[in-house]
Ligand binder design. Structure first.
Ligand SMILES: Nc1ncnc2c1ncn2[C@@H]1O[C@H](COP(=O)(O)OP(=O)(O)O)[C@@H](O)[C@H]1O
Ligand SMILES: [Mg+2]
Length: 253
């Protein structure tokens, strides 16, 4: 197995607050890795450090076989490391289409970009109808679809998603998870930060639980799913681990 993304012994501090203490994580090519943990555990900090949006005091990050610890965020994006940030951060005064095009700003293959935008509209007809409307008029779920579509237009090799289901209606939570599974079936490697522990473990191949900036547990997601006491211990009993939230993984791979 080849790790496409590998983080080793990462330490990140905000002034005197150390948010990550020697965190290691790796994603094999083609897998979904989920990162779980209570609020404040350091999940967003980990993704931002992987993107180079905040700098690490110690540790190394390698991506597609090269050490990227010294490279700038836009270089990481150009190499295929793309983040859908917490809270979506769709630009509400821009139209749906303008938001999507932002994801493609480094690309020169105009025809492929418009084909990919057409495919997004085909999958989400609501977005097609509002392509020239300000994103402010979209629901949170629709905005999340725009945020994911925008990220996909950057042609990621690894897509990182920070709590993509947060605050969405149950219908859109399902849509987000369906989309994650579909992108992964097509070969995309995904790092998924989630509060919806049950759903995240049901789609992921492996999982890492952060607690107060340290890795508390990591391993096969199936094993973690079956260890509810362990999950509850680290997720403060907020884990949605009842059976109805744990559909069996499609045996597609
Ligand atoms: N910009 C910041 N300045 C200072 N402390 C921060 C900042 N962002 C996050 N933190 C602190 O770092 C820790 C980890 O936060 P975060 O990575 O946002 O956790 P999570 O995403 O798991 O909720 C928390 O203690 C949080 O208060
Ligand atoms: Mg967060």
């Amino acid at each position: 197995m080849t790790a496409i993304l590998s983080v080793s012994e990462l330490t990140v501090a905000y002034g005197r607050v150390t948010a990550l203490h020697g965190v290691s994580l790796s994603a094999e090519e083609g897998e979904i890795v989920t990162v779980l943990g209570a609020n404040g555990a350091g999940k967003t900090t980990l993704l931002l450090a992987i993107m180079g949006a905040i700098s690490a005091a110690r540790g190394a990050i390698s991506f597609r076989g090269a050490d990227i610890s010294g490279s700038r965020t836009h270089q990481r994006v150009a190499q295929g490391l793309v983040l859908v940030p917490e809270g979506r951060q769709v630009l509400v005064s821009l139209t749906v289409e303008e938001n999507l095009l932002l994801g493609a700003h480094l690309r020169r293959d105009r025809q492929a970009v418009s084909d990919e935008i057409a495919a997004i509209y085909e999958r989400f007809p609501n977005l097609a109808q509002r392509r020239h409307t300000a994103a402010a008029s979209l629901s949170g779920g629709e905005q999340q679809m725009v945020a994911i579509g925008r990220a996909m237009l950057a042609r990621p090799r690894v897509l990182m998603l920070d709590e993509p289901s947060l605050g969405l209606s149950p219908l859109f939570v399902s849509k987000v998870f369906d989309l994650i599974e579909e992108m992964n079936r097509r070969g995309l490697t995904i790092v998924l930060v989630e509060q919806n522990t049950g759903k995240a473990l049901s789609v992921a191949h492996s999982a890492t639980v952060l607690e107060l900036g340290k890795v508390a547990v990591s391993g096969n997601s199936e094993a973690l799913r079956n260890d509810r006491r362990l999950l509850e211990a680290y997720l403060g009993g907020t884990a949605e681990t009842s059976d109805e939230h744990l559909p069996m993984r499609a045996s597609s791979q």
